[in-house]
Write a protein that binds this ligand. Structure first.
Ligand code: CTP
Ligand code: CA
Length: 227
């Protein structure tokens, strides 16, 4: 797909996008993590470049070629993602957290590979990871620092809109892109469909379509908030 005919409405703006899914080491060969291909995050990066933005893409465990024109920072764990996103966000006008961030990590990491024994394995104790999106919202609220526009993503299953509205408020972001999970949508597929929840506004429905179209619908909402 050649990206032509787009408005240059993000020109002059620095935008940080996170993509993929973080992984937390259990031992040198195993991890726990989140399922994410990175396709939606990469579509956001590609379309933002096409609309004139200066893009930093923080990619967690994504096996896709670098999008042309974006600065790509590759990370593995949530701690690495957090560091890269917070550093890039200091000078950014907008941040879009499309990455699937592991909520938990093993409380301790084995230095050598856990071997099978005759008995049952030891349980893996988990501890909570920092919430990067909430931290960005808090920094802005408390210190007036950081990006003017903060966008989160959420995949919800049950009470999709109510869960999404609560999450939008809890995280202090401006837009929350709620993916409809299931029916062959989202993970690893070229198509997506979403409802974008808007802080202090009406939700915007994005019909099922290519991830580039969902990305453009997000930028259509971000661009006016930047000027
Ligand atoms: N997120 C984040 N840091 C985390 C977890 C999530 O920055 N530790 C971001 C994601 O990148 C996404 C948004 O928060 O943009 C929502 O993620 P989600 O997993 O839906 O929210 P959680 O608060 O983790 O709630 P849940 O219990 O539903 O997983
Ligand atoms: Ca989560």
């Amino acid at each position: 797909r050649v990206l032509r005919g787009r408005p240059r409405d993000l020109a002059g703006h620095k935008i940080v996008i996170s993509a993929g899914g973080t992984r937390e080491a259990i031992d040198p060969v195993r991890f726990i993590g989140n399922r994410s291909s990175g396709l939606q995050g990469y579509a956001l990066a590609r379309t933002a470049v096409a609309r004139g933005a200066e893009v930093t893409l923080v990619a967690a465990n994504v096996s896709l070629p670098d999008p042309a024109g974006a600065a790509v920072v590759r990370v593995g764990s949530t701690a690495e993602l957090r560091e890269a996103v917070l550093a890039a966000s200091e000078k950014a006008d907008a941040v879009v957290m499309a990455a699937a961030v592991a909520d938990f990590r093993p409380a301790s990491r084995h230095e050598s590979k856990i071997k099978k024994t005759d008995g049952e394995p030891d349980p893996i104790h988990l501890t909570k990871n920092p919430d990067i999106l909430a931290e960005l919202g808090r920094l802005r609220r408390e210190a007036g620092a950081g990006p003017r526009v903060i966008v989160g993503f959420a995949a919800e299953t049950d009470d999709v809109l109510a869960n999404g509205q609560a999450k939008l408020a809890r995280k202090g972001c401006d837009l929350l892109v709620v993916n409809q999970v299931g029916e062959g949508l989202a993970f690893g597929t070229p198509d997506n469909a979403a409802t974008v929840l808007v802080a202090g506004g009406e939700p915007v429905e994005v019909p099922r379509g290519p991830k580039d179209d969902v990305a453009d619908a997000v930028w259509d909402l971000v661009a006016p908030r930047l000027s």
